[in-house]
Write a protein that binds this ligand. Structure first.
Ligand code: 3PG
Length: 306
């Protein structure tokens, strides 16, 4: 009977846990949940005899892979898999998958929520501004970007996007303006929302040079990864562009300095919570469980990323 480890430092909602259990019960699989654990050593211990793993932002390091003698598949219940060491997994013949699209509406709703919160001055009772009539630029038009576009239109916003990997016609079919040059989009929008993955090409790529193209009171929203921001440059941009605002899920490493110097111009979630909804947890958790069963029973490698 295959054994699955569900390792989540940040646990799934109870409803999702119940549904994941039910998927594995029906398939006759064994499973164990390792939630809110403290550090790699606990994960190393738990992974020893399992055939499959479901994770969220949990770090699957070479040491974890090394300890996992029977492991055949890791499914990241979510979109970004920058937390999995793909080289180590591939070297051991372990398949890595994600569950694209399953939590994207939740992340997109957080984008809009943070924008409203900022536009209304953190609900402090003073007059703020509205999103209607403002322009949002979506940096990378994947599943989350597409959902942001859909909801932003409902708010009456003008919507634009930059994504060299998605055909122009696909984006335009959603009634979204396409920019061929990223700088032009940053220069033209009141809000820019980041949806790029964190990889060798994108880490620290959101830098001073690019951010200085933004309008004076523009708002940057980052629900992607904090690593894509050049945090030293971020401080410089806050200083040089005195209306610049930054909303992020989650806080940059230099959040204390930002909080001390730039009051009212930022908001950071205390913990990454874009995908923290019951619905997203159920969608991504169940998809991950079903992908594991499909892979083990039928060799289905849809959504393999390595
Ligand atoms: C993702 O990549 O899917 C999101 O960042 C969600 O991450 P989480 O599962 O850690 O909440």
């Amino acid at each position: 009977m295959p054994k699955v480890l569900i390792a989540t430092v940040k646990p799934f909602a109870k409803a999702a846990v119940d549904q994941i259990k039910s998927v594995f019960d029906k398939a006759g699989y064994e499973y164990l949940f390792l939630e809110k654990y403290n550090g790699e050593s606990e994960l190393i211990e738990a992974v020893k005899d399992v055939d499959a793993m479901i994770i969220r932002s949990d770090k699957v390091t070479p040491a974890v892979i090394d300890a996992a003698g029977n492991l055949k598949i890791v499914v990241r219940a979510g979109a970004g898999y920058d937390n999995v060491n793909l080289e180590a997994a591939t070297a051991k013949g372990i398949t890595v998958m994600n569950t694209p699209g399953q939590n994207s509406n939740a992340v997109a709703e957080l984008v809009m929520g943070m924008m409203v919160f900022q536009a209304r001055n953190h609900f402090n009772g003073t007059s703020g501004s509205e999103l209607k009539g403002k322009k949002i630029g979506i940096h990378a038009y994947g599943n989350v970007g597409k959902n942001v576009a859909r909801i932003a239109k409902g708010f009456g916003m003008e919507v634009a996007a930059f994504d060299p990997f998605v055909p122009k016609e696909t984006i335009e079919a959603d009634g979204v303006q396409v920019f061929d040059k990223v700088e032009d989009m940053y220069a033209d929008c009141d809000y820019v929302s980041l949806h790029i993955p964190a990889n060798q090409h994108t880490i620290k790529s959101i830098n001073r040079e690019l951010l200085l193209y933004m309008k004076d009171n523009a708002v940057l929203i980052n629900t992607a990864r904090k690593e894509v921001i050049n945090e030293d440059d971020l401080i410089k941009v806050f200083e040089e562009k005195t209306g610049f605002q930054y909303l992020a899920d989650v806080a940059p490493d230099n959040k204390a300095e930002i909080a001390e110097k730039f009051e009212g111009r930022f908001f950071f979630t205390p913990k990454k919570m874009g995908a923290q909804t019951s619905e997203a947890n159920i969608n991504a958790g169940k998809a991950a469980a079903n992908q594991i069963i499909g892979f083990i029973e039928k060799g289905d490698t849809t959504f393999k990323v390595n």
